[in-house]
Design a protein around this ligand. Structure first.
Ligand code: C2E
Ligand code: SIN
Ligand code: SIN
Ligand code: SIN
Ligand code: FE
Ligand code: FE
Length: 365
């Protein structure tokens, strides 16, 4: 299996090649494997393994070519080691992997029979390999860490909105699931369907910027209060927009457009039809459906059939007719999500009259 390079020259060339190969690897596993195989092919070793402290996550990652057992004690010894390379008393050679901040992020551990490594050319070769390993692993671990932070920040943003009673967890989940149903049956790209599932949950994040006495008012808005509330799409857009991130971009667009109407009568811009993004039209529809079927501080919950009827009646005025058709055609899927929610059990029996739907809708029924 091993194809050791015969000459020093070959070993050196192969190691330079390693740098290029590593640049194309994207995950810790494949990087570790490539490095270990390279070491076994170029140096006189009986086994090798890579041990990483993930300083960003405070955990240990262990990689080997399957010939070594995991023992935590070695970690503890190694952690204190400052040297780039060191001969351990039990016959292991330890090569430090350093971060750009000059901290040890792990070691390559080698088992070798040779006693004359120190001062040899192979020693230099190992130093070169450890430099490559350091550069590449530090980078990849940092990227992984940023990805994790990203997910966490999304959860934290949800938590912030929940603290202000903007919307419940369940509402967020339903809007996400309803959006997925409409998105799946529309002509939205598959990748975007996955993004809308996340992004739809932040449609009302801009309500963070609305004063409490308005946000949680127990009753109908005055025209002044209503116009303050109408800032929430733009506030959300400003909070969320990030030109470098697809999820945040879509979140921002949804926030901005979820109160636009198909006929142009919505806010903040009054754009109409396909001027509104598909994701904006989808969340615009499901948000109203969920608001109607839910109890709010200012209104009782409407029944499932009244809420459905309202969506169908407003096809082509408030809502995109094609999406209303999808909503109607796949109502069995919508219904399942609706019934996930126990709080929906009590609702007003009578459908609100059309007069009430248009004008008296925010009064308690
Ligand atoms: P929301 O409660 O999530 O409602 C979202 C949208 O669902 C509303 O957008 C409206 O288009 C629709 N909707 C909600 N309830 C009813 C209803 O009883 N009848 C009808 N026909 N449609 C309904 P809108 O109107 O732009 O309101 C945006 C947000 O402003 C609402 O989000 C809510 O948080 C708040 N809001 C609006 N009016 C009042 C009010 O009079 N009192 C209070 N406390 N909050 C209000
Ligand atoms: C991630 O980076 O994996 C989290 C999702 C996002 O890009 O917002
Ligand atoms: C909710 O979305 O669960 C409640 C929103 C409200 O306060 O009306
Ligand atoms: C949440 O309420 O927890 C998420 C964001 C929103 O829709 O307001
Ligand atoms: Fe909203
Ligand atoms: Fe909402």
């Amino acid at each position: 299996m091993k194809m050791r390079c015969a000459t020093w020259d070959d070993k050196f060339k192969a190691t330079l090649q390693l740098g290029r190969v590593l640049l194309k690897e994207k995950n810790v596993n494949s990087i570790s494997e490539t490095i270990l195989h390279h070491i076994e092919n170029t140096c006189d070793v009986t086994s090798s393994s890579i041990w990483l402290f993930d300083k960003y996550k405070n955990t240990l990652i262990f990689h080997s070519t399957n010939r070594e057992d995991l023992t935590n004690s070695i970690f503890l010894n190694v952690k204190k080691c400052q040297d780039i390379i060191l001969l351990h008393n039990d016959g292991y050679l330890l090569i430090n992997i350093m971060s750009r901040d000059d901290e040890s992020i792990g070691v390559i551990r080698i088992m070798t029979e040779r006693k004359d490594i120190e001062g040899s050319r192979e020693h230099d070769l190992l130093l070169l390999i450890s430099s490559f390993a350091s550069l590449i692993l530090d980078n990849v671990l940092l990227t992984l860490h940023v990805g994790d932070i990203h997910k966490k920040m999304i959860e934290k943003l949800s938590m912030a909105t929940r603290y202000r009673d903007i919307e419940s967890n369940e509402h967020m989940l339903r809007v996400s699931l309803y959006s997925k149903v409409l998105a799946t049956h529309s002509n939205m790209k598959r990748d975007d369907v996955r993004i809308i599932e996340i992004a739809s949950q932040f449609h009302d994040a801009g309500k963070i910027g609305i004063p409490d006495h308005i946000l949680n008012k127990n009753g109908k808005f005055t025209p002044e209060e209503s116009s303050v509330m109408k800032n929430h799409p733009v506030i959300g857009y400003n909070i969320l927009n990030d030109p470098e991130d697809k999820i945040l971009q879509m979140s921002a667009r949804i926030s901005l457009e979820h109160h636009e109407r198909w006929d142009g009568g919505g806010y903040p811009k009054g754009i109409k039809g396909n001027e509104i993004s598909l994701e904006g039209r989808i969340v615009g529809l499901v948000d109203v459906f969920d608001a109607l079927t839910s109890k709010r501080v200012y209104k009782e919950a409407w029944s499932l059939s009244c809420s459905k009827a309202y969506i169908l009646e407003n096809s082509g005025t408030i809502f995109d007719p094609e999406l209303v058709q999808i909503f109607d055609l796949h109502f069995d899927e919508i219904e399942k999500i609706y019934f996930l929610n126990q709080e929906n059990k009590s609702h007003v029996e009578q459908c609100p009259t059309s007069e009430e739907s248009r004008t008296g809708r925010y009064q308690k029924v």
